[in-house]
Ligand binder design. Structure first.
Ligand code: AFP
Length: 357
């Protein structure tokens, strides 16, 4: 690594050295970082400019769109569409992929993003974030929606920004996970958290326990064992955190370990999970795996899930490797009927719980 402060650009020159698309991938990540700086500036204004309220409509998922959702979405598009580096983009805020302007050269990448994750928390001044995923565009023609439907393992880069007390950018290009802090005076992202490693063991879990009655038995079993603490089979006390802003919950897991769960539940049987595969689960799964953690639906490695649609939802369990492996084992034991009689047979056989991830 070069001497002095390592800025994002310097870091990318070193990380991507020798890669044939070094300049292009670095260029796109720098464009994304520029968008993130602009979104950071907008979120930091708080209510001062009156732009933090409800935008007056719903997005494609029927969720209330906040003014900042729309602004962040526009900023991502504007910063990334002109560089000749993307062939198309897809955003949580758009039903269909976003084309690039007709007079701009098509680039080799597809960019998928959630412009402002956790935006329902903005009014409470809770940390929010941006999540992004970079895929290779598989051919030279204009992309079709099907071109975006690549499993997370094929991502060439992924990451997130967190707009907290400090703005941080955490990313991976498949060579570890690295964190940068925005130096606001200078306007640079500076490498402050090289090679983040998630501890393999942890005594902290994050889940919205108000949904407990809707969870599948393996998740109920895991959380019940954590809550039993030192007097239960885990033999130690666990702590719980839930910020309800995925990026903030994930950032804590990266910084000190833990397991984050938004599992399958039957609150709304039509949805196999709350979080979206392509611009929430897959990019975060790559970041977590590259930091030594694990990421699963409970029944399948998240990075192996092949998307069937752009806005597909998926169960998400990720973080400290040994805890995630335990939860995956509980799912397997439940599915093949070898788990302890933790729940009554009547409960076990409910068909809703038998659906596959
Ligand atoms: P918003 O972007 O609509 O605020 O949703 C954020 C989120 O998808 C994710 O960041 C949280 O983990 C999750 O919602 C929290 O959901 P609950 O309110 O159901 O706990």
């Amino acid at each position: 690594m070069r001497s002095g402060r390592t800025t994002l650009s310097k870091f990318l020159i070193d990380q991507l050295h020798g890669q044939t698309d070094q300049g292009q991938l670095a260029g796109l990540l720098v464009d994304i970082a520029a968008a993130i700086k602009a979104i950071a500036a907008a979120t930091a204004k708080g209510a001062l400019e009156g732009g933090h309220g409800y935008a007056g409509g719903d997005n494609v998922h029927g969720e209330r769109q906040m003014q900042l959702d729309l602004l962040a979405d526009t900023l991502m598009i504007e910063h990334c569409e002109w560089g000749g580096l993307v062939a198309g983009m897809a955003s949580e805020e758009h039903a269909q992929p976003i084309g690039i302007p007709p007079d701009v050269q098509r680039g080799p990448y597809l960019l998928v993003f959630d412009p402002l994750d956790g935006s329902s928390n903005v009014a409470m001044n809770v940390a929010v974030g941006t999540i992004f995923s970079v895929l290779r565009h598989p051919h030279a023609d204009a992309p079709t929606p099907a071109d975006f439907l690549q499993p997370g393992a094929q991502q060439v880069a992924a990451g997130y920004a967190i707009y907290g007390p400090a703005t941080m950018l955490v990313l991976t290009v498949g060579k570890g996970t690295h964190g940068f802090t925005l130096d606001r005076e200078v306007g640079n992202f500076v490498l402050t958290h090289p090679d983040i490693r998630i501890p393999e063991d942890s005594s902290e879990f994050a889940i919205n326990t108000s949904n407990e009655r809707f969870w599948e038995p393996p998740v109920q079993r895991y959380v019940a064992e954590c809550k039993a603490g030192a007097s239960g089979i885990r033999g130690r006390d666990f702590n719980m955190r839930w910020i309800a802003s995925m990026v903030a919950d994930i950032h804590r897991v990266l910084m000190r370990g833990g397991v984050f769960m938004y599992p399958r539940d039957y609150k709304d049987p039509g949805k196999p999970g709350r979080l979206r595969l392509m611009y929430e689960a897959s990019p975060i799964a790559l970041v977590v795996e590259q930091a030594g953690g694990a990421a699963t639906t409970g029944r399948q490695r998240l990075l192996d899930v092949r998307p069937e649609s752009l806005h597909q939802r998926v169960p998400v369990i990720l973080g400290s490797r040994h805890e995630v492996e335990r939860i995956a084992r509980y799912h397997a034991e439940y599915d093949n009927g070898t788990d302890k009689p933790y729940f009554s047979p009547l409960f076990r056989d409910r068909s809703l719980y038998r659906a596959q991830a």
